[in-house]
Design a protein around this ligand. Structure first.
Ligand SMILES: [Zn+2]
Length: 80
C-alpha cells in the first residue's frame, strides 16, 4: 500500500469521516453533521457524490463506504 499526498491529503477543515479504499486512498465525507449538507469524494479515482450532490450524513456515509469497499484506484489524472 503506497500512500501519497495525492491519495491521502491533509484533512480538510470540514472533514466528517475519512475512510480508505482497497489500496489506501482516502475517501472523505465532508460537510456538516446536520441537515442535507454532506458529500463524499474519493481521492483514488476522483468519483464523488452524485445527484443529490449533498445529502444527510448517514446516507453519504453509506455511499462512501460502499465505494471505498470496491475502489482499487490509488490516484487519477482526471481533470475535474
Ligand atoms: Zn474511488
Amino acid at each position: 500500500m503506497k500512500l501519497s499526498p495525492h491519495s491521502s491529503p491533509a484533512e480538510p477543515a470540514d472533514l466528517l469521516i475519512r475512510m480508505h479504499n482497497l489500496v489506501g486512498a482516502a475517501v472523505d465525507v465532508t460537510g456538516r453533521n446536520h441537515g442535507q449538507a454532506s458529500r463524499w469524494y474519493c481521492h483514488g479515482c476522483g468519483q464523488r457524490s452524485e445527484f443529490p450532490a449533498v445529502d444527510i450524513v448517514s446516507f453519504t456515509r453509506r455511499k462512501a463506504n460502499d465505494h471505498a469497499g470496491q475502489c482499487r484506484a490509488a490516484y487519477h489524472h482526471l481533470h475535474r
